[in-house]
Design a protein around this ligand. Sequence first.
Ligand SMILES: Cc1cc2nc3c(=O)[nH]c(=O)nc-3n(C[C@H](O)[C@H](O)[C@H](O)COP(=O)(O)O)c2cc1C
Length: 342
Amino acid sequence: MHALAVHTTHAYIVGMRIGNLNLNGRVLSAPLAGVSNRPFRVMAIQAKAAVTFTEMISSEGLIRNQARTREMMAFREDERPIGIQLFGANPESMRKAAEITVRDFKPDLVDINFGCPVKKVVNKNGGAAVLKDLGLTREIIAATVEGAGETPVSIKIRTGWKDDHPVFVEVGRIAQKCGVAAVTLHARSRSKGFSGKAEWTAIKELKDSVDITVIGNGDVRTPEDARRMLEETGCDGVMVGRAALGNPDIFRQMHYFIETGEPPAEPTIADSIAIARKHASLMVAEYGEPRGIVKMRRYLGWYTRGFPGASSLRPKLFQISTMADIDDIFSDYLSALRVRRS
Ligand SMILES: Cc1cc2nc3c(=O)[nH]c(=O)nc-3n(C[C@H](O)[C@H](O)[C@H](O)COP(=O)(O)O)c2cc1C
């Protein structure tokens, strides 16, 4: 049993463990390529995500000492606990990459990506493609665990390459044998991509098959979903990706609901705008203006999903380049909303 506590009828005690790492919650912020950069991670941690992850990092890029790769791995203390996620198809490269990661960056966790379905990655036999060859999977895991030394290693997998050939139980057992501390299962096969519904029964099957920490992932959108996944599968933690796009507060809401069983308060539109503005100011601190604000356009598209009148608001947000632009647009928007409602 790796969760620190089990549930009573109404509430869970919210901690969990990954190897020697104690986490203060059970809701993890997923690695998201092109998205989970430093400002995103700070927003998630401040909203009580139990841990955050970097975008996936190429082991080959790292051992070639590419500046861009190292930039993507850099983090500060206010992002802890943090995992750095590596991918690659060569065990020796993964061992070296894990060694460099731990030596130079000192994350709380090293994660291996065995789930990425994107062609650019699987064509080089990385990501989910590794699941086609369990001998190679084992070698990559063993090498990474060795390279990471004392730092716990987790793996992130899909159910398999194809629907008709699930390998998650076998991979979970291999991982456990190799000294991996946690397995995250995105409960879809690679061939499913992001379509269909995640099959949470697979998460239960994995939890019943291994002793190490199991983290469930796939289609957790609401606080109710998060709790239901814990209850239905017995998993130790849940990982949330898409539901946190433009809504970091979802971590706080899920954490609260898991802890108390009470429905959490939801942010008003003005609250969401204030959260988005804080995110934008972190983007400026990280990337400067206008670069940080231009990068922020996409996030603001997510923040304003479902806002009344979003269809006329969003084209304006896609043209911004300064913090003042954001303030002007949202201030006009809130005034118009007040008029509409009065
Ligand atoms: C934009 C985007 C980028 C992603 N990048 C990564 C990644 O770098 N590494 C990884 O393991 N998974 C990645 N994923 C998969 C997510 O971590 C997660 O497994 C998936 O979105 C299912 O969870 P959800 O239903 O909560 O979104 C990505 C997903 C999306 C939508």
